[in-house]
Design a protein around this ligand. Structure first.
Ligand SMILES: [Zn+2]
Length: 319
């Protein structure tokens, strides 16, 4: 097995994180849409920008909004020589902590300068406002040195109060499968289900692990498993969500393949959601052969076989 070359694949995780802002941050974002910046006054009299919702000293809610200037000075900065996708610029720029006039705390934002040579602590800067407000932190396009001619933007319309924010979250990684996982995935590509047996406790794991979680030893022999088994536990999904590929209600269940000691999660289709039960005998519904790849998604779902239910005693140690 040591001659197996581990599979590697790019994986991109991304989702939009949508949340309500609450009154304090909602006021901050609404002010930005009108090209104004506000902070909150803390119990010690300091003006906190961006506004804190709760006092950093007493933890009491902060309610006094304080307008501050859209200009200030650089407190600290870092140079971004190789910007990543999604950052404010696609050319080198700085991220800076900027203390606005009237504020006691600095806020983080992008600073548009051509080189680090233009940067210093104490540099006077001001906000460059976005041409079209959106009610987000992006209404400040960036900060720029205050001695540059100001680019006048068209006047803004009245903007509705901002109550929600959507933040796209994206993470790109390169996943390297373990040797055991690679063997399992390559078998799937051939339509086979392969687990591994621990040489000590004799349990069969699918997908195989690099070590038995009970005994800590590397797995031993490969075990071919059938594509049928029993539903141990399940959940009926009734809640719609973004990116959902099947219309609810549908069933996600732990399926214990015959001969395996741990179940894996898969879909149960081919019957009414309400008919799925613990002990239900199921079999794999494979996708067409030409669609197979090194993935468990080759099995589109599991469906009832029509056999009598498995007695609870046969799977109670595998829940
Ligand atoms: Zn073991």
């Amino acid at each position: 097995m040591s001659s197996v070359e581990p599979l590697v694949a790019p994986i991109e995780l991304s989702f939009d994180y949508t949340r309500s802002l609450g009154s304090t941050l909602g006021s901050f974002m609404t002010a930005l849409a009108h090209r104004r910046i506000v902070g909150t006054r803390g119990s010690d009299g300091r003006v906190l920008v961006p506004p804190a919702e709760y006092d950093p000293i007493t933890a009491a809610p902060l309610t006094e909004l304080v307008p501050v200037a859209d200009a200030g000075e650089v407190v600290s900065w870092t140079w971004v020589a190789d910007p990543l996708p999604g950052q404010p610029f696609d050319r080198p720029f700085a991220f800076a902590l900027i203390r606005l006039d009237g504020a006691d705390t600095p806020m983080l934002h992008a600073l548009d300068v051509a080189s680090p040579a233009e940067l210093r602590t104490g540099l006077r800067v001001r906000a460059r406002w976005a041409a079209v407000p959106s009610g987000s932190i992006h209404d400040i396009a960036c900060f720029e040195p205050a001695d540059r001619p100001r680019v006048e933007q068209p006047a803004t319309e009245t903007h509705p109060d901002v109550t929600m924010i959507t933040t796209p979250v994206r993470l790109s990684i390169e996943h390297s499968a373990s040797i055991e996982e690679t063997v399992y995935l390559q078998a799937l590509e051939q339509g086979r289900l392969v687990g591994q047996r621990c040489p000590v406790c004799r349990k069969v794991y699918i997908p195989p692990r690099s070590a038995c979680p009970t005994d800590g030893v590397p797995p031993g022999e490969l075990v071919e498993l059938p594509d049928r088994g029993v539903v141990t536990t399940f959940c009926i999904v009734n809640v719609p969500f973004l990116g959902q590929r099947i219309s609810p209600p549908y069933v996600a269940a732990y399926v214990l393949l015959d001969g395996a000691d741990i179940p894996f999660l898969h879909l149960i289709l081919g019957c009414e959601a309400g008919e799925v039960r613990m002990g239900l005998r199921v079999e794999a519904a494979w996708r067409p052969r030409e669609e197979w790849g090194p993935t468990l998604q080759n099995i589109e779902y599991f469906r009832p076989t029509g056999e009598p239910d498995a007695p609870y005693e046969t799977y109670r140690e595998h829940l």
